[in-house]
Design a protein around this ligand. Structure first.
Ligand SMILES: Nc1ncnc2c1ncn2[C@@H]1O[C@H](COP(=O)(O)OP(=O)(O)O)[C@@H](O)[C@H]1O
Ligand SMILES: [Mg+2]
Length: 406
């Protein structure tokens, strides 16, 4: 499987004397380890495709993975809507069912399993986009895997950008609703031991009118196994947890909690909170707001870290989160960001516990509606794997008024 490789520079503010991260470099990761995540075996192909024009694609697939029920589907009005790092995404109508869907096409490299497909087949959650079907087709001699997904009209990136262009921020209620669903999706993945590893606004799709957000792009997701190594060069830079910037290779799902904190801050402010020019500048941008990590923080982030950390003589007044976020930002929002943006992964609040913080209390009010008068999307239909009934967390997440209704 192709690895997503963000930039690899790890010098922090060269010559600043702040923190020298030069001990961490891609080259320090043994070749064998860099490829330790490669998985083999090719997914069973659902072929028999023919592309009659760019706009129409006819294919026979298994729907909803029900074996034995092959169905011919014709995708019409196929139109490209997204070009990510690894995939092209199309919007199309399924002629036979009249449904609109998204098709994510990823070029397969050799006979490797596609991890996104593998994980999508294992998950099912209201806040993770649903895999309807998949098939392979040949395109100019390349083998292309096509994931047929439910379609949502915009990404959180577009939403934040649209408000920013008007010099506004997303209304606080929407920020709560969308961020809650992001944290729920992550909490669910984490309960399965899966880290998303590329949490950022463009990897969340949403239906603004319905107030629905779904996490997408599981192309970097991985089931993390204790003791097994994983690449540190993962996750888009602005959202990358500091332990990854320090080269940690046995990180936990807490890397997503950090990214979630940066996404909430971005909803509140309209811009990515830490905008580094490269990995080392990224660490510097974090330090500028969150303060200088202590030696103990660094040891916890990456016990293997061998870079010289010389903090003597550092004169830095951190800007603080409060100073960064707009003045009218409620303190409960700042608190939540602060709990997610902890240097030490073990001190970071988990995504499920974050749902219980008072920032989301408003969502638990009985008669709350979306500003357009529509009902809220499902927020409390927890599966046992997310939160076990009767526990303190369950009681905190489940509004008292709902019990009578379930
Ligand atoms: N199901 C979907 N519905 C609508 N838009 C989507 C959907 N999936 C992806 N997109 C759009 O396509 C873009 C690229 O898809 P993504 O899965 O993130 O690809 P990549 O792995 O290349 O980053 C996303 O940022 C999003 O804007
Ligand atoms: Mg993406």
């Amino acid at each position: 499987m192709a690895q997503r490789r963000p930039t690899t520079s790890t010098q922090i503010e060269k010559g600043s004397g702040l923190v020298d991260l030069s001990g961490v470099d891609r080259s320090t990761i043994p070749q064998s380890q860099q490829h330790s995540e490669t998985v083999i075996d090719y997914p069973e192909a659902n072929d028999e495709t023919s592309v009659s024009s760019n706009a129409t694609l006819r294919v026979t697939v298994y729907m909803n993975e029900v074996r034995g029920q092959r169905q011919e589907l014709t995708f019409i009005n196929r139109e490209k809507i997204g070009q990510g790092t690894f995939g092209r995404v199309y919007r199309a109508r399924i002629q036979q069912t009249n449904e609109i869907c998204a098709i994510k096409e990823v070029e397969m490299e050799g006979h490797f399993k596609n991890r996104e497909l593998e994980i999508l087949r294992q998950v099912s959650h209201t806040n993770i986009f649903n895999l309807k079907s998949y098939f392979n087709r040949a395109d100019n001699g390349h083998d292309v895997l096509c994931l047929v997904l439910e379609f949502l009209p915009m990404s959180a990136y577009m939403l934040i950008r649209n408000y920013r262009k008007q010099n506004r921020r997303a209304p606080l209620l929407y920020t709560k609703i969308f961020c809650y669903q992001m944290l729920r999706a992550l909490g669910y993945l984490h309960s399965l031991g899966i880290a998303h590893r590329d949490v950022k606004p463009s990897n969340m799709v949403l239906d603004y009118d319905a107030g629905v957000l779904k996490l997408c792009d599981l192309g970097s997701a991985k089931r993390l196994v204790k003791g097994e190594r994983s690449v540190a060069y993962i996750c888009s830079r602005y959202y990358r947890a500091p332990e990854l910037l320090l080269g940690c290779i046995d990180y936990s799902v807490a890397i997503d909690a950090w990214s979630a904190g940066t996404v909430i801050a971005e909803f509140l402010n309209g811009y990515p909170i830490f905008r580094g020019d490269d990995s080392s500048d990224q660490m510097y941008k974090i330090i500028r707001i969150m303060g200088i990590p202590t030696r103990d923080d660094i040891v916890e982030m990456n016990p293997q870290y061998r870079g010289d950390v010389d903090l003597t003589g550092v004169r830095l007044q951190p800007r603080t989160l409060q100073g960064y976020l707009p003045t009218r930002t409620p303190i409960i929002a700042i608190d939540l960001c602060a709990q997610l943006l902890q240097y030490r992964p073990s001190s970071r609040i988990t995504c499920m516990n974050a749902l219980a913080t008072s920032f989301f209390d408003e969502l638990r009010e009985q008669r709350l509606k979306l500003p357009n008068g529509k009902p809220l999307p499902p927020l409390f239909n927890f599966k046992n794997i997310e939160v076990t009934q009767g526990t303190a967390l369950y009681n905190a997440l489940m509004p008292a008024w709902i019990n009578g209704e379930l």
